[in-house]
Design a protein around this ligand. Structure first.
Ligand code: ADP
Length: 331
């Protein structure tokens, strides 16, 4: 965990609601939402339910419709058809109170370059009518939580992409929303800050904040999200936990064997044991569903094929995308 995401200050404000107060209808309910820009259909009958406390990933290639959906949830765009309910209240009407329950981290960093970090948060906080004393203490907590206290009086102009992003995230949290929408928040962020942002968001989620996170990076969805909705050409193609999505694939793991004289006997033995479902050219095996890798390795070792000479390929979200669309994921 980075020094600035150390589990104090900001996170205490996101404690879960006391037990016994059920969330009726979930945190967010998206029903049959469609949106076109002229003749281009950006969203086509999208429905999704998000429960309180989830970390939902909206994963799709560029142009899939992620930003359009985020903007509609945030009330910045109106759908042509369909509804969005936030905490049981319609969120698609301009100026609706439901939007006070959410914070948006937009894809393009929205900060005033000429203002300091502190002044930027002041401007954002005033949008939510926070009283002076509350805003002052939240600004101090926020800057502390993302390691920017020392830079609070510096103009944002001189900040790195990662620092700006951190500031943009806490700006979206000043009014203590229950739901945070992050629209591709790591674009233009260096790997170290990216990791620190992940840890910060994970910590907030553990404290009870519901997060919807859009990305075109499969490794981000894999690492962060308790549930992933795969979107392409404005349609949700599949949704579920990573394990549920991977379970849709016909094969689990593949093992490439070395070119070694002992391999033929090992293959025969594995086939006889039913440990592999296919053998292709180049000695690539698909591990049978009920077979443990350790048992495969034991058989290989017994026949003199060292496991260190084998290459294991585990399927990932790119394989799920290929399986669903017949196309490789375009980043
Ligand atoms: P993503 O966030 O997944 O990259 P977007 O929601 O930004 O996708 O875009 C979905 C589709 O809608 C794309 O084809 C994009 O070019 C188009 N689009 C987005 N915004 C507009 C707009 N304001 N006018 C016309 N087309 C748009």
């Amino acid at each position: 965990m980075p020094a600035w995401a150390n589990g104090h200050g900001l996170h205490d404000s996101f404690r879960r609601e006391p037990a016994g107060r059920p969330t009726v209808g979930g945190m967010l309910s998206i029903r049959s939402v469609s949106k076109s820009y002229g003749s281009l259909t950006a969203l086509d009958d999208v429905s999704l339910d998000i429960a309180a406390g989830e970390f939902l990933g909206l994963l799709g290639p560029n142009g899939a419709g992620k930003s359009t959906l985020m903007s509609i949830i945030a009330g910045l765009k109106q759908p042509d058809a369909g509804t969005v309910d936030l905490n049981g209240t319609p969120a698609t009407r301009e100026g609706d109170a439901a939007r006070h329950h959410l914070g948006l981290v937009p894809q393009n960093i929205a900060l005033y370059d000429e203002l300091s970090a502190e002044e930027n948060l002041q401007v954002f906080g005033e949008l939510f009518d926070l009283d002076h004393a509350t805003l002052r203490s939240r600004i101090a907590e926020s800057l502390d939580a993302v390691g920017l206290s020392d830079r609070r009086r510096d103009r944002v102009k001189g900040f790195s992409g990662g620092m700006k992003r951190r500031l943009n995230i806490v700006a979206a949290l000043l009014h203590r929303p229950k739901l945070l929408l992050c629209d591709e928040p790591t674009v233009g962020v260096d790997p170290q800050s990216r990791n620190a942002i992940f840890e910060f968001l994970e910590q907030l989620n553990r404290e009870g904040l519901t997060v919807v996170y859009s990305t075109h990076y499969m490794e981000e969805a894999t690492r962060l999200c308790s549930r992933i909705a795969i979107i392409d050409h404005g349609k949700i193609l599949a949704e579920g936990s990573l394990a549920q999505l991977l379970a849709q694939l016909p094969t689990a793991e593949q093992l490439s064997l070395p070119d070694n004289p002992s391999v033929a006997a090992a293959l025969t033995s594995l086939r006889d044991l039913g440990s592999v479902t296919s053998t292709e050219l180049g000695h690539t095996l698909a591990i049978a569903p009920n077979t443990t890798l350790s048992s495969v390795f034991r058989t290989l070792e017994k026949h003199g094929v060292p496991s260190t000479d084998c290459t294991l390929t585990r399927p990932g979200l790119e394989d799920v995308f290929l399986h669903l669309t017949g196309k490789a994921f375009r980043e």
